[in-house]
Design a protein around this ligand. Structure first.
Ligand SMILES: NC(=O)c1ccc[n+]([C@@H]2O[C@H](COP(=O)([O-])OP(=O)(O)OC[C@H]3O[C@@H](n4cnc5c(N)ncnc54)[C@H](OP(=O)(O)O)[C@@H]3O)[C@@H](O)[C@H]2O)c1
Length: 435
């Protein structure tokens, strides 16, 4: 919708689950405030979901109902579609394409859709003079898309690092506070509604990867791309690693990282040892946080609720107001979409960092010599090495941290460790994130 011809923003909302119902609540509960901020009335005209009979805790009787969300774009009065269905393809993709091709604005909370089809959608939006907005897709209620696209627009971004998945942060927090195993906490989190029945997307890092791909695109002007984004989740984190982390002055967090390096733009998702003094280390439970470093602004940190009805709907409605105010005058990724370059990631082997390695080994003479020999062969230098008490499964633990080294050298060292007779199980490796 062009800024000059707006009289009213007329919405079709697809998806009336947690976020969709929340959006209806804010739009109806704050109608005057939103109209004042938008500069025009914002009216819901139509809604769509699968089950018309379901009670969603909101009164939908004044709105047209559509069984097929994509049909809403046929209504000429509707000038903005709000997609809160989810999924990278299927109905969400169809709806986004149909809306933008007709020049209607499109607001979504769908990270999978934007991480997968963001560039193509942004190009269509620009061609058709339509607005595309996705603030709620990353870190829920935290306005990080706006921060990157507008507030920090003067800077060359050096790096963006975030705790982007509340479920993982909740699980890690409880593992640390209660000394529990991953599987025990996951089962409890599912019972309490903090984790999905199928938690794969969350705990295997896929959700964080989608969000990281979007942040990388915003920060570095690259096409969002999850294809080559190295992704590890938190399944393998053991209480003993959480204890060692504490002893060494760290806390384990699942991080999404996109940063400028000498080799190029590096993106990665993995659990990491975060120094206890770093702001991200203090972010507990289901809270999200993002740290952005710009060349002129330095480090800025954004903390808040990354999910849930209120916070996520808050971000969606902010986008709706933004469309009313600015139309399509602000490109979705902060730059003209045609200039979003294909993203060529730095290969993992060339990532540089410091590392934590835990080995369970036989408690006998000569073991240390074998281990230090393997490290020397790969030219990995050790920052610290500690041996602590007996492991419950037999043997003893040796924990070491390295100086700065390439990930290729660490992989080669881990291979050597695995082949040693004295090493009793697959070594555990965690990256140490410098702040
Ligand atoms: N929940 C959060 O905290 C959160 C946070 C950030 C981003 N998001 C994103 O927000 C989006 C929505 O999430 P949610 O948690 O609200 O999901 P949800 O509670 O599962 O709701 C999904 C909604 O989509 C509807 N739906 C499914 N297929 C449909 C179709 N073919 N046509 C029309 N409607 C259809 C469902 O209808 P029925 O109700 O009739 O089944 C339901 O109302 C997702 O992209 C998600 O990633 C969610």
């Amino acid at each position: 919708m062009a800024h000059s011809d707006k009289r009213e923003l007329v919405l079709g909302i697809a998806g009336l689950g947690t976020v969709g119902a929340g959006v209806v609540k804010i739009l109806t509960g704050h109608a005057d405030l939103i109209a004042a901020r938008a500069g025009c009335p914002v009216r819901i005209k139509a809604v769509s979901a699968r089950d018309r009979s379901r009670d969603r805790g909101v009164d939908l009787s004044a709105y047209d109902w559509y069984d097929n969300a994509a049909d809403m774009v046929e209504d000429d009065e509707i000038n903005l579609i709000v997609e809160l269905i989810g999924g990278s393809d299927g109905p969400a993709l169809k709806l986004s394409q149909a809306a933008l091709e007709r020049g209607k604005g499109f607001v979504t909370a769908n990270k999978a859709l934007i991480a997968t089809h963001g560039k193509a959608l942004a190009i269509t939006a620009e061609e058709q003079g339509a607005a595309l907005r996705f603030e709620a897709a990353v870190a829920g209620g935290i306005p990080i898309i706006k921060a990157l696209g507008e507030g920090l627009a003067a800077n060359e971004i050096i790096g963006v690092r975030g705790i982007l998945n509340g479920t993982c942060n909740y699980i890690l927090t409880r593992m640390e506070n209660e000394g529990l195993d991953f599987s025990e906490v996951l089962a409890d989190a599912q019972r309490l509604g903090y984790a999905e029945a199928d938690p794969t997307f969350d705990i295997d890092g896929i959700d964080t990867a989608h969000k990281t791909a979007i942040l990388a695109a915003m920060a570095f002007g690259k096409e969002p791309n999850i294809q080559n984004l190295p992704t590890e989740g938190i399944r393998t984190i053991a209480p003993v690693d959480i204890e060692y982390a504490r002893e060494l002055g760290y806390r384990i967090k699942l991080l999404g990282v996109a940063q400028r390096t000498k080799e190029g733009i590096e993106t990665r998702v993995h659990p990491a040892m975060v120094p206890i003094s770093a702001p991200l280390a203090g972010v507990m439970d289901a809270t999200n946080a993002v740290m952005v470093e710009g060349d002129f602004v330095g480090q800025t940190v954004y903390v808040g609720a990354g999910a849930g009805e209120g916070p996520t709907a808050s971000a969606v409605v902010a986008d709706i107001i933004d469309v009313a105010r600015c139309g399509n005058s602000c490109p979705a990724f902060g730059v003209a979409p045609a200039t979003l370059e294909p993203y060529v990631p730095v290969p993992v082997e060339r990532h540089q960092g410091t590392y934590y390695i835990r080995l369970r080994v036989d408690d006998r003479h000569g073991v240390m010599a074998d281990i230090t020999a393997a490290l020397a062969e790969e030219q990995v230098s050790i920052e610290s090495m500690l041996q602590r008490g007996r492991a419950t499964e037999g043997g003893v633990y040796i924990v070491l941290t390295t100086h700065l080294t390439a990930e290729a050298a660490i992989s080669a060292t881990l291979n050597r460790f695995t082949k040693l007779e004295c090493v009793l199980e697959t070594p555990t490796m965690l990256r140490i994130e410098a702040f």
